[in-house]
Design a protein around this ligand. Structure first.
Ligand SMILES: Cc1cc2nc3c(=O)[nH]c(=O)nc-3n(C[C@H](O)[C@H](O)[C@H](O)COP(=O)(O)O)c2cc1C
Length: 366
């Protein structure tokens, strides 16, 4: 099972199952002496945790990480430092309703990894709550990404994301040329992380309507990195796009990743697509940023812009056609349990975390 990610000396290994004893992460490569604010880390994790809004699953998990190693905390304060050794953390599972998943050891939930996981692991995978395939495993990713975000902030690099689209409803885009830090903080402080609150209200209504219709919605998260120095990354397989994509595809339900103008490039001419260079005092900048801050796999110094497309939540409560993959018969499935009618709002910090891990890996030894 490949639940380990690494790039240029930063290693991340995620373990656990949704309805087992717990889930967790080992993060190796964070330099000794890196300050870690545990309150800030906890706040970041709470942005992903379930049960906080009508658009998320009602599963209640405190998502409180227990740090086992690699961090020295100053007694009674939220201030800690990384030791330079592997940072290990575990998050206990508490609110598990395994009975909701009994039928899943034989019935393939459409849109889930039950059937493929059964094939790949010869029926030995834990099917309860999706086991290791569950989006609960994004909590350890967010823990690791939260530490990487704090490391990057020390170098003036900030990462923020928002819900860009739900169904056909769109939020305002980040300004590709320049994004004020305060915008990231404003979005992060919102229960529904959008730039335009009116668009956000329409999205919430659309998600609620889908839930009442026993259905679900997908959408897009837009993420930006500001303050990235120019000249970071490599061509061919070690590029910023390669490394960010591989981390983002570690988030369940991601089906597309694009950079800058992305798929819109297909409809542009070269004259429209190219970003003209200019001197801004001593700095070299581009007047547009269709490239999303990356040329030849290497940062230009402009904001790095990435979008991740999420499919609609696969667990919907209306009856669905499926098969019993052990008895090889057709079947009708009615999914019980608690589910996000749209995964996109809770995926926002997950995307920030994946991008933070990727960016930190480039900068730790730079
Ligand atoms: C933050 C987040 C929460 C999710 N919550 C649910 C959920 O409540 N119910 C569900 O069926 N899928 C949920 N998913 C998506 C599934 O985990 C995912 O679609 C499934 O494991 C199959 O993986 P794949 O879509 O990557 O192929 C969630 C995904 C994310 C990122």
């Amino acid at each position: 099972m490949s639940s380990t990610w690494n790039n240029l000396g930063l290693h991340l290994s995620i373990f656990g199952e949704s309805h087992g004893n717990g889930i967790g992460v080992v993060l190796d490569g964070i330099p000794g002496g890196t300050p870690i604010n545990l309150d800030e880390l906890n706040h970041f994790m709470q942005r992903r945790a379930p049960g906080h809004s009508s658009t998320s699953t009602r599963r209640k998990e405190s998502d409180q990480p227990e740090i086992l190693s690699g961090v020295l905390q100053q007694d009674g304060t939220p201030f800690a430092v990384a030791c330079g050794t592997p940072i290990a953390a575990v998050i206990r599972n508490t609110d598990t309703h395994s009975a909701d998943y009994e039928q899943m050891s034989t019935l393939a939930r459409p849109g889930h990894g039950d059937y493929t996981g059964h094939l790949r692991y010869h029926g030995c995978n834990d099917p309860r709550g999706g086991g290791h395939f569950s989006a609960r495993l994004t909590a350890p990713l967010v823990f690791a990404g939260g530490i990487c975000k704090q490391l990057l902030a020390l170098k003036g690099i900030r990462i923020g994301a928002h819900v860009l689209q739900i169904g056909s409803i769109q939020d305002t885009f980040f300004d590709p040329h320049s994004i004020p830090e305060v915008l990231f903080d404003t979005i992060a402080g919102k229960a529904f992380p959008v730039i335009d609150n009116d668009a956000g209200k329409q999205m919430i209504t659309a998600i609620e309507d889908a839930r009442l219709d026993q259905n679900s919605l997908g959408g897009i998260v837009e993420c930006a990195v500001t303050g990235m120095p120019a000249g970071v990354g490599d061509p061919i397989f070690g590029g910023i796009e390669n490394v960010i994509s591989s981390a983002i595809f570690g988030i369940p339900a991601v089906k597309g990743v694009s950079f800058g103008a992305g798929f819109d490039f297909a409809e542009m001419t070269g004259a429209q697509a190219n970003d003209p260079f200019y001197m801004d005092g001593d700095e070299i900048k581009t007047s547009t940023n269709n490239a999303g801050g990356i040329l030849g796999g290497i940062t230009t110094g402009m904001p790095v812009l990435v979008k991740a497309a999420f499919k609609p939540t696969p667990s919907i409560s209306r009856p669905q056609h499926t098969v019993d993959f052990k008895n090889r018969t057709d079947a009708i499935l009615e999914i019980k349990g608690r589910h996000d009618p749209c995964v996109v709002p809770r995926a926002v910090p997950c995307v920030e975390a994946a991008v933070a891990v990727a960016m930190a890996s480039f900068l730790i030894h730079n």
